[in-house]
Design a protein around this ligand. Structure first.
Ligand SMILES: [Zn+2]
Length: 102
C-alpha cells in the first residue's frame, strides 16, 4: 500500500481512501451545439492515456471528500505531486523540481 498526499487535508493518507476521477484539466466545451458528432465524441471519450507523467483528478472519497489534481507517473505508479483544484497545470520544470524533492 502507498500513501497519497491530499492538498486539502495537507497530510499523506492511505491509497484506499482515494478514488481516481479521470484526466485533469479537461476544459468543458462551451459551444457543444456547433460541434460535429466526431468532435463531440472526442471531447467526451478521448483521453491522452499518456505513458509517464500524467495529470489526473483524484477524489479523497473516504476523507475530506474533496477533488484535487495530481501528477502521477504511469510507469512507476508513484505520485509526483498533488495540488488543489483551480491551480494551474504544473510546468515541466515544476514537475522536475518535485521529483527532486525541491
Ligand atoms: Zn483530503
Amino acid at each position: 500500500m502507498f500513501e497519497v498526499h491530499c492538498p486539502y487535508c495537507n497530510e499523506k493518507r492511505p491509497e484506499i481512501e482515494f478514488a481516481y476521477a479521470g484526466e485533469a484539466h479537461i476544459v468543458r466545451e462551451t459551444k457543444a451545439d456547433e460541434l460535429t458528432d466526431q468532435e463531440w465524441a472526442e471531447f467526451l471519450f478521448y483521453r491522452d492515456n499518456k505513458r509517464g507523467d500524467h495529470h489526473e483528478r483524484w477524489w479523497h472519497q473516504h476523507g475530506c471528500n474533496m477533488f484535487f489534481n495530481a501528477v502521477r507517473n504511469t510507469l512507476t505508479d508513484k505520485f509526483v505531486m498533488t495540488y488543489k483544484m483551480g491551480v494551474k497545470r504544473p510546468t515541466k520544470t515544476q514537475i522536475k523540481a518535485a521529483k527532486n524533492g525541491k
